[in-house]
Each structure stands twice: as C-alpha cells, then as structure tokens.
Write a protein that binds this ligand. Structure first.
Ligand SMILES: Nc1nc2c(ncn2[C@@H]2O[C@H](COP(=O)(O)OP(=O)(O)OP(=O)(O)O)[C@@H](O)[C@H]2O)c(=O)[nH]1
Ligand SMILES: [Mg+2]
Length: 393
C-alpha cells in the first residue's frame, strides 16, 4: 500500500488531518508535541469508479455512488522543529519513520498563528514560508546524516574491482525508498569525484538533497485556511510547490456530523447537505465551514491526499476482475479491488500487484471495457478494468 506521511512543525494540525482522514481516535490539542508516538492508519484517495459508465453502481465497500475510495496508509508523526536532525524537540527517531513514506504532506499552519516551535502566537505574525523551508531542510539534513554515517562502508566497497557507485549508493539508500535508477539520475545531475574517498560533506549533502526530493516529494497543505490571512496563501504559492488550502478541523467536523447522521457528506465533496437535527450552534459552525469550502472547493483534506498520490506520485487506478463482462471476482462482487500503480504500468505489472504467483503465471489480459485482449506492453489507464489470465488463477 502507498504510504502518505504527514510531516510539519508542531501544532500545525497534522493529527487533526489524520483524525479526519482516518476517523481514528487520536489526541489533538493547541500546544506543541501533542503527538509523541507515530499514528498509522488507513485513509483513502478518491477517484471516479468505472461503474459510472454502467447502468448500476457497484456494491464495493469503498464505492459510494460512483465515488471510489482507494486505501492508502497514512502516517502522523511528531512535529519537527529546526535542528530536529540534531536531536532537538523530539529528535529524529520519527524522521526515521518517514523512511516508510512514499510521499510527504507538509501540514503548514497557514494562519501564521504558531511559531517555529509550534507555540501559539497572534494570528498572522509568523511567516508560514519559514516552516516550509525548515521542514524540508530537516529532512534533507537527516538523510545527509544517513549518507555520512554509511560512507565508510562505501569507501570499503570501492576497493573492490567491480565497484559500481550507483549500485553501492542505491544499496545504502534502498531503506529510504531510493532505487538504483533514482540514484543514477541524481548522480547524473551532480558533479562528484569517481573515488568515494574524495567525496566531501558538500558532495554527500548535495546527493542527499537530490535523492530526498526525488524519493520523498512534498505537497503543502495550507491548513487553518479558515483563519489564514489570504496573503499567507499567496506567499505559500510563490514557493512554486503544490499548495492545497485546507481546514482539517472543518473536515473532522463534517465527518463526525456525517457519522452522526446530521449531514450528507462524502469526503472530497465540495459541499454538504443538512439532513438531521442540529442545535443552533452546530448549524452555525457548519455554515462557517460551508463558506470556507465554497472558497476552496471543499475542505482540502481529500484534495491533498489526491494531489499526493495522483499528482506527485502520478498513480493510476486499475481494477482487476475475473469476469471481464460482469466485472466481478469469483464470488460475484463487482469491482472488488483497486490498485494504485505508477503511470506506465502494464497488465503484467497489475498481475504482480495482485499476487506474485499471478504475475509469474501471466498469460494474457483482457480489457473489460472493450472486451478485447490487450498486449503485454499496453499502458494501463486510469479506471481500466482488466481480466488477467494466468496459469495461477
Ligand atoms: N482554525 C483551525 N484550527 C485547526 C485546524 N486544524 C487543526 N487546528 C487546531 O490546531 C491545533 C493543533 O492541532 P493538532 O492536530 O494537535 O496539531 P499537530 O500538528 O498534530 O501537533 P503536534 O502533535 O503537537 O505536532 C488544535 O488546537 C487544532 O484544533 C484548522 O483547520 N483550523
Ligand atoms: Mg499531532
């Protein structure tokens, strides 16, 4: 499963985002370092279900009238302060937790109402661009530290006649999610000595920055948009990174109200409908959220997850089925599974994602939308329904 990690300075709203996105019970409070141990749970990205092309909506658990929710893992860690890679704040043990992540959602307090330590200050007095920079810097420095600590091993390996720098560095960085191809691309952009013994700290740091950017891309969530001065959002956009204005607190309130039967709302909807009884206070609270949603086309929580997975990671959703006409599995469930594959994936890649035996026994594939056989090198598209014929199935 894809892992999305929520990173950011303390008190920015990471756990509120996490709580809203997973509906798990975690602590949220207006002071730094509320979260000490990482929270790990299941959230979803949202996409159009292929059943929308058919007369009947599918009955999958994760399909809500054609809104398909595909599971991803969400990770909520302790807040990062400047110097975390040197042990400041809660230190870097949770930076290590980020090694599992495929993509980072940097939850920023766009209101400027908390300083770099996460302490409450007057709204609009802290510049949120600073936390964008230092959070990234901490991740870069932390990876640079890993590279440095492992450098002796690389030096030792370099004495062997069949030493290959790409291979050695990839081996060191696989724990971090970097492939040999990632390392090769990073090294191509850098000017470095052939002999690892001649590498300096600057070389290692440059490598760390490049590999981090390549393997842990970052989307910015401009959280607390409900109280953020508009110029803060503009300044965040000027960083050139993808910025999603959001109200994690608003999303949490909507999900809780929906669960209580007070409103109709599916995550990612641009609006909601009141269907149950509400106190005046509740009604007023929800109307305030509605205004923010109107401005930003929703609460931003679902948009941020989607941007991370479909935007930065460039994934597509593919649906393996056993019956290509009815789009069912062996038990008759319509569109039972959805897989988030890198763009450019082929039917054999989907087969391997389902199960390595299915991949090993791959014979051919049928496109459930056209009923035609597709070749081994066919590039899967968003929403493809594919029957895989395998000696193992
Ligand atoms: N106005 C506003 N406040 C929010 C929003 N999201 C979170 N908050 C508040 O921000 C404070 C911090 O929220 P948390 O979710 O605990 O923050 P965190 O980033 O997990 O903090 P640490 O675990 O300490 O690193 C709480 O008081 C939340 O209610 C939002 O969208 N708008
Ligand atoms: Mg927290």
């Amino acid at each position: 499963m894809i892992t999305v990690a929520l990173a950011g300075k303390p008190n920015a709203g990471k756990s509120t985002f996490y709580k809203a996105a997973t509906m798990a019970d975690v602590d949220v409070a207006n002071y730094p370092f509320t979260t000490i141990d990482a929270n790990r749970g299941v959230s979803h990205v949202r996409t159009d279900c292929p059943c929308l092309d058919r007369d009947e909506r599918c009955d999958a658990d994760n399909c809500e009238d054609g809104k398909r929710y595909v599971p991803v893992e969400l990770l909520d860690v302790a807040g990062l302060v400047p110097g975390a890679h040197e042990g400041r704040g809660l230190g870097n043990q949770f930076l290590d937790e980020l090694t599992n992540a495929d993509v980072i959602v940097n939850v920023v307090d766009a209101s400027g109402g908390t300083n770099e330590e996460g302490e409450p200050v007057e709204v609009g007095t802290y510049d949120p661009v600073e936390e964008v920079d230092f959070v990234e810097e901490e991740m870069d420095q932390w990876l640079a530290g890993i590279v440095e600590r492992n450098w002796e091993t690389v030096e030792r390996q370099s004495r062997s006649p069949d030493f290959d720098v790409d291979e050695a560095l990839a081996e060191m960085l696989t724990g971090f999610g970097a492939s040999e191809a990632d390392v090769a691309v990073s090294l191509r952009d850098l000017d470095y000595p052939e002999d690892p013994i001649q590498w300096t700290d600057d070389h290692r740091e440059a490598l760390a920055r490049d590999v981090r950017a390549r393997t842990k891309p970052i989307v910015l969530v401009a959280n607390k948009a409900d109280v953020a001065p508009p110029e803060n959002l503009d300044r965040l956009r000027e960083t050139g990174k993808p910025v999603i204005p959001a109200t994690a607190e608003g999303e949490l309130a909507l999900r809780q109200a929906a669960e209580a039967g007070a409103i109709e709302y599916d995550p990612g909807d641009p609006d909601f409908e009141v269907v149950g009884d509400l106190s005046d206070e509740q009604a007023a609270g929800l109307e305030t959220i509605r205004e923010v949603m109107g401005e930003y086309d929703g609460t931003g929580v679902q948009t941020a997850l989607n941007e991370a997975v479909y935007g930065l990671l460039d994934r597509i959703t593919a649906y393996p089925v056993q019956n290509e006409t009815r789009w069912t599995d062996a038990t008759g469930t319509v569109l039972p599974d959805a897989f988030l594959l890198p763009r450019g994936s082929t039917p054999p890649d989907l087969a391997y994602a389902v199960h390595s035996d299915i991949g090993d026994g791959y014979l051919h594939a049928v496109d459930g939308k056209t009923d035609r056989e597709v070749g081994e090198s066919y590039e899967l598209e968003e929403g493809d329904v594919i029957k895989i014929v395998s000696t193992a199935s």
